[in-house]
Ligand binder design. Structure first.
Ligand SMILES: NC(=O)C1=CN([C@@H]2O[C@H](COP(=O)(O)OP(=O)(O)OC[C@H]3O[C@@H](n4cnc5c(N)ncnc54)[C@H](O)[C@@H]3O)[C@@H](O)[C@H]2O)C=CC1
Ligand SMILES: O=C(O)[C@H]1O[C@H](OP(=O)(O)OP(=O)(O)OC[C@H]2O[C@@H](n3ccc(=O)[nH]c3=O)[C@H](O)[C@@H]2O)[C@H](O)[C@@H](O)[C@@H]1O
Length: 444
């Protein structure tokens, strides 16, 4: 059992802290956001994540997990300190390391004795070395510090599951002692551990996210070609994925990748490469393709309808993927902005992300947590997030509720043979359109 402090209670910090306490370590989660910490003290999670609140309550009750905004309390007994603060994108595409450096200064000022600092945040290659020298240079307490790069691979919406069932744990360190301590901490997870030098561990994270993003942009390009040639992307992806060298995952064509990581990490890797005079042309193309793909539904709707002026568009889904309320870099924001430019009236539905979205979307967008209300008398429906209630919505309801059931499905939620039984017009990604609207309701 180790005394562990986690800095940052976003997705990564909170899930890491909770899971480490669940396997028996004593964990203090520290955040400078007072509101977040007071919510957490009441057992309320600031993020929507299955199983998380139950695990928080359980481990707080047995005194293995606590939350604080107080520096002295956070660091006084820490043997191992996890850094899990945000590394958002700067305007030029580089990762913003201000939070990392602030946290390093806090460690330097408040930690005592010997500590191992484990970086979970995604940081450019070389950053852990800077963290170490920053902490040591400023320490008043003659701290002896070792650093470990331990990148995080969890997915939002299944973060607890991923933490206990990851494919690998990467431990990058130049200290055998530190690497051993951290390996021991992870022993109860029973996940394969790989040991590398620090720089390789930092690169594994960026390369993994960039590769997954590349798979998505690749399949999206194939889907555009399928549409023109009359092939079906679902069958094509299935047939490709059965080759174990290719693999079935991340071959779902759609409206591109969003979220707090792929967009920022791909741009950061282009910058990292640029700094050593390597133009990462492949990744630049991946990013460019994704930008086009995010507004693909608007492009299709304009091609189909001409003007969208004054049309009621029901946008189904705001979150960047199901099972999360995260709207960071979600395609929904791009889509809403473009629809407003075209003069459409937008009503957006999401089961959990509406409150957050209200703070970030243009004022003209109307919101509802009621799917049927969104569809009522709509001229067009856009399917943006494949939430279960959307996937399971009886297709008949589009027919009944909409003024003209014209659907642009960005997530291929419905099998074409099923859609074919209804009087609707249905355009999806990488598949033939179904044009079953009766003449009298056909959109002009
Ligand atoms: N969100 C995800 O699914 C994943 C994120 N990552 C990486 O993990 C890192 C964290 O990501 P998120 O958890 O999404 O971040 P986030 O931005 O949601 O949360 C970061 C938290 O750190 C706190 N914070 C910032 N500076 C602080 C300081 N000096 N002292 C104490 N608290 C401080 C903030 O108040 C905030 O609560 C990023 O580098 C990200 O790229 C990696 C894998 C998955
Ligand atoms: O670094 C990170 O933050 C994390 O980024 C992603 O996780 P996450 O962003 O939570 O979500 P994913 O499930 O990977 O989906 C990302 C985006 O890609 C899209 N996607 C995913 C898969 C696919 O086949 N097609 C597709 O369009 C999703 O709709 C979503 O918008 C990675 O999967 C995690 O391994 C990584 O830890």
């Amino acid at each position: 059992m180790r005394n562990i402090t986690v800095i940052g209670t976003g997705y990564v910090g909170l899930v890491t802290g909770v899971c480490l306490s669940e396997v028996g370590h004593k964990v203090t989660c520290f955040d400078c956001d007072k509101e977040k910490i007071s919510q957490l003290k009441l057992g309320k999670s600031p993020i929507f994540e299955p199983e998380l609140e139950e695990l928080i309550s359980k481990n707080v009750k047995i005194n293995r997990l606590s939350f604080t905004t107080n520096h002295s309390e956070a660091f006084k007994e820490a043997e191992v300190i996890y850094l899990a603060v945000g590394t958002p994108q700067k305007e030029d595409g580089n990762a913003n390391l201000d939070y990392i450096f602030q946290a390093a200064m806090d460690i330097s000022n408040y930690a005592k004795g010997n500590v191992i600092v484990v970086t979970k945040s995604t940081v450019p290659v070389g950053t852990n070395e800077i963290i170490k020298s920053l902490i040591q240079a400023d320490s008043k307490n003659q701290l002896k510090v070792e650093v470990v790069s331990n990148p995080e691979f969890l997915r939002e919406g299944q973060a607890i599951h991923d933490t206990f069932n990851g494919d690998r744990i990467v431990i990058g360190s130049s200290s055998n002692y530190a690497a051993e301590v951290i390996s021991k901490i992870y022993e109860p997870f029973n996940i394969p551990i790989i040991h590398t030098d620090i720089r390789s561990a930092e690169m594994i994270k960026y390369a993994s996210n960039a590769f997954l993003a590349t798979k998505i942009s690749f399949i999206n390009e194939i889907s555009s070609i399928c549409e023109k040639l009359g092939a079906n992307i679902d069958d094509v992806a299935h047939g490709m994925g059965m080759d174990s060298r290719i693999g079935t995952q991340f071959l779902r064509a759609g409206i591109g990748y969003g979220g707090s990581c792929f967009p920022k990490d791909t741009k950061a890797l282009v910058q990292i490469a640029g700094e050593v005079n390597h133009k990462f042309e492949l990744l630049e193309a991946v990013i460019h393709i994704n930008n086009k793909q995010q507004i693909k539904l608007v492009t299709k709707a304009k091609e189909r309808c001409g003007s969208l002026q004054g049309k009621k568009v029901a946008m189904l889904g705001l979150a960047f993927k199901p099972n999360t309320n995260d709207i960071r870099e979600a395609a929904s924001l791009q889509i809403a902005n473009h629809l407003l430019i075209e003069g459409a009236n937008v009503i957006a539905y999401d089961p959990v992300a509406v409150e957050l979205a209200k703070k970030h979307f243009p004022q003209q967008v109307k919101f509802t947590s009621n799917l049927i209300e969104a569809l009522h008398m709509a001229d067009i429906a856009f399917i943006v997030t494949e939430w279960e209630d959307i996937v399971k919505l009886p297709l008949k309801l589009y027919e009944i509720m909409m003024k003209t059931p014209i659907i642009f499905d960005g997530r291929n939620c419905y099998p074409l043979r099923e859609v074919n039984n209804y009087q609707m017009e249905y355009h999806s990604i990488g598949r033939s359109s179904i044009l079953n609207l009766p003449k009298e309701v056909a959109y002009r």
